[in-house]
Design a protein around this ligand. Structure first.
Ligand code: DAU
Length: 342
């Protein structure tokens, strides 16, 4: 039996990972520790509720007692628990990001130290820690860290905490850094699910700052496969970039127009807005040769992945329509200064 503690497993990437892990590792048993903040949704894993190999624990990664109890029995610990949205990481909210993204991994790692369990700890990170990258550069894992927001600065802090535990105590720690994920169950505050669901409601798509920015879009299952490979074969104390390395690279504006074509909706839905993301990074890109040397490669091309994503959101209005009310509406009104349709 392989006992896996996943934190933040009710979020987007976490829930896709839990489902994939249980399918790929018949001996795996998963405990999912999740606080169910606004982006954590138990419905993301409702199909597993009756599985004897899955257990949900409602709780906080910053709870030292709970953390110690849960890490004690784990063979692998995968830390997805994080505040993830750049637009929400205003200076006034930075403390919440530091609490979860820096203090959270510290509590888990220190609990692991106290139990003297030699479990492998995978800290799931982001390419945003390298900051905006001028073309054609693609930073390797040892590149300078240059985060532009409280969000990415806190993720850099989490990575460094984890690596510090490896260096000081020899703990079995790995850090991954992925580019932008997309696919089913992504909370509709991120670009793709926001634009898909708005377009399905004939609502404006708020395209920031001319839409010239570049992101490297990775199908979520390809990311999850890379994480599983790192758990199985990664080297302790190492960092691994994970990304699709799209060729040619694609701007947000081009991506939006492909989406509208797939949805059969007019480009007049695009609503240009400036200044909503101070310090907006122009381009992200990473060198992924290290994870590829372990045998990983992305399997889903962008347009194919976008078709699947669009089809999923078209079919799962029952999932996203309830989200686009309540807390989401308040956030939307506050941030975009116009109404979201409930
Ligand atoms: O690179 C990995 C990162 O990808 C993760 O670490 C983050 O948790 C994740 O949120 C994502 O960060 P981004 O800031 O790149 O994702 P987001 O979907 O918020 O924005 C993608 C691009 O789209 C970015 O250039 C800003 C733009 N955008 C975003 C929103 C929400 C818009 O033009 N309009 C929008 O309404």
């Amino acid at each position: 039996m392989r006992r896996v503690l996943v934190t933040g497993g009710c979020g987007f990437i976490g829930s896709n990972f839990v489902r994939m892990l249980l399918a790929e590792e018949p001996a795996a048993h998963v405990v999912n520790l999740d606080l169910l903040t606004y982006a954590g949704n138990p419905r993301n894993l409702e199909d597993l509720e009756d599985s004897a190999r899955y257990r949900f624990v409602h709780g906080d990664v910053r709870d030292e007692v709970l953390a110690e109890e849960l890490v004690r029995d784990a063979d692998w610990i995968v830390n997805f628990a994080a505040e993830t949205h750049v637009d929400r990481s205003t200076p006034a909210k930075a403390g919440e990001f530091i609490e979860t993204n820096v203090y959270g991994p510290y509590v888990l790692l220190d609990a692991l130290r106290r139990t003297q369990n030699a479990a492998r700890f995978l800290q799931v990170g982001t390419d945003e820690v390298y900051g905006s990258i001028s073309p054609p550069a693609r930073p390797r894992e040892d590149a300078f860290l240059n985060p532009s927001s409280p969000y990415s600065a806190s993720k850099a802090g989490g990575d460094l905490q984890a690596l510090g535990f490896h260096r000081m105590l020899g703990m079995d720690v790995i850090v991954s850094r992925s580019t932008n994920n997309y696919g089913p169950y992504q909370y509709p505050e991120k670009l793709l699910p926001l634009f898909i669901t708005n377009a399905l409601q004939d609502e404006p798509l708020p395209l920031y700052d001319g839409g010239t920015q570049i992101r490297d879009w990775l199908w979520v299952d390809d990311h999850c496969q890379a994480l599983l490979l790192l758990l199985r074969e990664g080297q302790a104390g190492e960092i691994y970039n994970v990304g699709a390395n799209q060729e040619p690279e694609i701007t947000n504006g081009e991506l939006t127009r492909i989406l509208l074509r797939l949805l059969g909706k007019p480009e007049s839905l695009i609503h240009p807005v400036d200044g909503l993301r101070p310090g907006h990074d122009q381009r992200y890109a990473v060198d992924t040769s290290k994870v590829r040397a372990l045998g990983w490669a992305p399997s889903v091309e962008l347009e194919e992945g976008m078709e699947r994503t669009v089809a999923w959101y078209q079919a799962r209005r029952d999932w996203w329509e309830p989200i686009k009310s309540g807390e989401y509406r308040d956030y939307y009104r506050r941030h975009y200064r116009f109404e979201a349709k409930g």
